[in-house]
Design a protein around this ligand. Structure first.
Ligand SMILES: [Cu+2]
Length: 363
């Protein structure tokens, strides 16, 4: 009995000293955590205004399209925010048809009524009305936004889509190596509906134009690099077709699917991307030359009934230059920001881009 008592006393004494040292450590840790809170979890509040406007854009040559363009541009403005930010977007519909915006990829935890689906989460925004979306930017990654009304027409051939890039709080090592960042939104168009807003997008439609950021080759733009660059291509399937994006002369490392990092990047030379999907592909620029990037669905490299066109571009290395007699773009006027590469370097926020601005259509 005495023995037991002694053991218990010793045990209790040890427990008390353990407890107080534990409590001391605990308090110190709490103080450290409290001191770090303003640095780590300061969610910015960001508020943006988007209008939806009847706008005429040109895909290539004389091939124009009546679109319902966000802030009068196709693709829509870049929305670039930090993971965890509180985002508010006021959307004003200046067209004659109802619309919504779905924030594709956002989890909308606790904000399901900002998911932008007519008949499920809200009444569609009627002409002349404004609707406010509020959500937390999560998860991080390459996301996008698009109308969710009559998607077969509004998304497929009225240009109602744009990039939503949510920067991760803790970027992966592979992301930190990137020197140049590009967004490529892929879509498909049916020219017979080009100037019939409110119609189109039905089974049996004949798709005959294919675009990157709403332009068909040769009116797309090159990707200009130098040896040693590491480029990130953020591919976004914004249309109705599957695309097989083939890059010549380089190893494509698929590092993210729908914004989520893969445990190990998948290496390849062709990336198959379907409607709604995103793939972030990282490539080391280690092979100076002029190299094609194109859709390997061969009919997607035509404009109407004529090759070459559609989803095609090139990687141009500074080291080899463009002054070669055979090179299709040797005299081309270079337009920076065609892949949002300039906008992505700006401070976080929403960035309109003159490159994508169309002509207003007066009713
Ligand atoms: Cu719409």
């Amino acid at each position: 009995m005495y023995l037991i008592y002694t053991k218990r006393t010793v045990f209790m004494k040890n427990s008390i000293s353990l407890f107080s040292s534990y409590r001391f450590t605990h308090i110190i840790l709490m103080l450290i955590v409290l001191a770090l809170i303003p640095l780590t979890s300061q969610a910015e509040k960001r508020e943006f205004d988007l209008s939806i406007e009847d706008t005429r854009i040109v895909l290539v040559g004389k091939r124009d399209f009546h679109t319902f363009a966000f802030n009068g541009q196709v693709p829509a403005p870049l929305i670039h925010v930090m993971e965890g930010d509180d985002v508010t977007v006021n959307v004003t519909n200046m067209t004659t048809l109802p619309h919504t915006i779905h924030w594709h990829g956002m989890l909308q935890r606790g904000t399901w009524q900002s998911d932008g689906v007519p008949h499920a989460t809200q009444h569609a925004i009627e002409p002349g009305d404004t609707f406010t979306y509020k959500f937390k930017a999560e998860p991080a990654g390459t996301m996008w936004y698009h109308c969710h009304v009559n998607v077969n027409e509004h998304v497929t051939m009225r240009g109602m889509w744009g990039p939503l890039i949510v920067e991760p709080k803790n970027p992966l090592p592979i992301e930190k190596t990137v020197t140049k960042d590009y967004i490529l939104m892929l879509s498909d168009w049916v020219s017979s509906w080009a100037n019939k807003p409110g119609e189109g997008g039905i089974p049996g439609d004949v798709f005959d134009y294919y675009t990157i950021n709403a332009k068909s080759f040769p009116e797309t733009q090159p990707i200009r690099v130098k040896k040693g660059d590491v480029i990130r291509l953020r591919l976004i399937g914004a249309g109705d077709h599957v695309h097989a994006i083939h890059t010549h002369g380089h190893i494509s490392q698929i590092a993210f699917k729908d914004g989520f990092p893969l445990d190990k990047p998948i290496k390849g030379d062709t990336v198959l991307i379907g409607p709604g999907e995103r793939y972030d592909v990282i490539l080391n620029m280690d092979n100076p030359g002029l190299w094609m990037i194109h859709d390997h669905v061969d009919t997607h490299t035509t404009n109407g009934d004529k090759p070459d066109g559609g989803i095609m571009t090139t990687i141009e290395y500074e080291e080899v230059g463009i002054d070669h007699p055979f090179y299709v773009w040797k005299d081309k006027k270079f337009v920076p920001d065609f892949y949002y590469e300039e906008s992505l370097k700006k401070d976080l926020g929403m960035h309109n881009s003159k490159v994508f601005k169309g002509e207003p259509i007066e009713e």
